[in-house]
Write a protein that binds this ligand. Sequence first.
Ligand SMILES: [Zn+2]
Length: 146
Amino acid sequence: MDRWKVLLSLRESALTEIEKARATGLVKAPREAKVNIRIKENDLQAFFKGYEKQLPIILGVSQTEIIQDSTVNSIRVEIQRASGIKCARCWIYKMDVGVDNRWPDVCRRCADALSNFQEGHGGTGSDIPGTPPLTPLGAPAMKQGE
Ligand SMILES: [Zn+2]
């Protein structure tokens, strides 16, 4: 099994579905999306489970979920709105936004980063560097029929 081909074809179907979801207004941006990946075969499911942490990054969305589903053909990709709240710093929808009450608008990971930044530099740290994340969706498309 060519791992990259499998991941790329998943990415392509996910991007197509995200575009459809944007057209219908379900999501305004990929970061607002959660991708449900319904998979029939156990070995394919195990393969994707191995990439569970990277999948949101690969697909450019906030969340992904791998679901066992014997009714699908092989793989089926579905889009829904991401759960949680959009973090003001990393723009990813997270369930843990606001857990650190010093930074009510950001997720725990960003709050930790801000906390380290503040301690490391001794600044007042009143403003949050709202650097937009790099979007993996900007990558050049694969050429067809090579
Ligand atoms: Zn964050």
